[in-house]
Design a protein around this ligand. Structure first.
Ligand SMILES: Cc1cc2nc3c(=O)[nH]c(=O)nc-3n(C[C@H](O)[C@H](O)[C@H](O)COP(=O)(O)O)c2cc1C
Length: 330
């Protein structure tokens, strides 16, 4: 067995990452407070939410805010979405100059608003252009460039394995493969065989498996079943920022730290405090409606809590709801 998959460190291009368990870009979710929570549990790499290359190069302030990070979040990756090879190098250089460790090119976003100009998963219909954009990024920066794809546009046009070769030739250090088609969006189980096909196509490029990783067992199974080099956890990080720690502990035959409702409530309070120190009051209320439900979903009081937090508007109301959340297990 490849020792690197068991050892803690992971080589990505010219960069050594602490391990091969990565946290996904999640638009509207993997914001600064989320990444503060994530960083505590030692993932090998944390990606920010995707940002548009166009918006970046016109110095859009909200784009810079999405890319804001704290030193504790290193190693950290920025993800760029767009379809214009002529601005890809400039956008990549801007991100590198901000201090990012890795740049990812998004070829997976399924949203119509993004695909309509050929961006996101729309790029899957134009593999040569993917190669062109990656090559321009690689030429512009001295940090690793990765690309994140879906299995294909639909089941009739599976081409992630072909894009693996194209990305490799263009100089990408890794390809992350979300094992669903664009047509599937986020529905139905991921088919990890699509990841295996990319592993088989890869020569020097690393393959990062993605899709349906909600537990340490699943991560271990994906690595063993597909032979991928690293795993990218996505929805599995929501409300369990410690999943990287779980995966790494299981690998070392250490017991996974049990976390019941009490610990989840404490983590939610911590996430709330990070949000409090970073966002304005209106934003905090909106964010906690989403975040609150992630952490306490296993509890009997979850439905009631969801109702209450969706109406709460003041910081003190939200703080009290979290503090007083009943801790009986369901
Ligand atoms: C709310 C949400 C936001 C997402 N945002 C992004 C994004 O910004 N960039 C990206 O490449 N993928 C994004 N994804 C896709 C995930 O990174 C991942 O590929 C997908 O959820 C499959 O993994 P999972 O089944 O383990 O959740 C998003 C997914 C969700 C659910």
């Amino acid at each position: 067995m490849d020792l690197q998959k068991n050892n803690k460190s992971f080589q990505l291009g010219n960069t050594i990452l602490p391990n091969n368990v990565f946290y996904s870009p999640l638009a509207g979710c993997s914001d600064y407070p989320f990444r503060m929570m994530s960083a505590k549990y030692g993932p090998g790499l944390i990606y920010c939410e995707m940002v548009k290359m166009d918006a970046l190069i016109r110095n859009d302030p909200s784009t810079f805010r999405i890319l804001d990070f704290h030193t504790s979040m290193h190693p950290i990756g920025a993800q760029l979405v767009g379809s214009k090879p002529e601005i890809a190098g400039k956008a990549a250089r801007m991100v590198r100059d901000m201090g990012f460790d890795v740049i990812d090119f998004n070829c997976g976003c399924p949203v119509d608003k993004v695909t309509k100009d050929g961006s996101g998963s729309g790029m899957m219909k134009n593999p040569e252009k993917i190669g062109e954009i990656i090559a321009n990024m690689v030429a512009a920066v001295d940090i690793p460039v990765t690309v994140k794809v879906r299995a294909g546009w639909d089941e009739e046009s599976i081409n992630a394995h072909e894009i693996t070769k194209i990305a490799e030739q263009a100089g990408a250090a890794a390809i992350a493969v979300h094992a669903r088609t664009r047509k599937q969006a986020y529905q139905g189980p991921a088919n990890w065989d699509y990841i295996t096909r990319c592993v088989e196509a890869a020569d020097t490029i690393k393959v990062i498996g993605n899709g349906d990783l909600f537990s340490a067992e699943a991560a271990e199974q994906m690595l063993a079943q597909t032979g991928c080099d690293a795993v990218l956890v996505s929805r599995g990080t929501m409300g369990q920022p410690w999943i990287a720690e779980d995966i790494l502990r299981r690998r070392e035959n250490l017991p996974i730290i049990p976390r019941g409702i009490k610990e989840c409530r404490e983590a939610l309070m911590e996430h709330f405090l990070y949000t409090l120190s970073y966002e304005n009051e209106r934003r905090i209320a909106i964010d906690m409606r989403r975040v609150g439900c992630w952490y306490i979903k296993k509890s009997t009081g979850a439905g009631n809590f969801r109702g209450l937090i969706s109406k709460a508007s003041s910081i003190e109301e939200i703080r009290a709801l979290i503090r007083d959340f009943p801790i009986e297990e369901s």
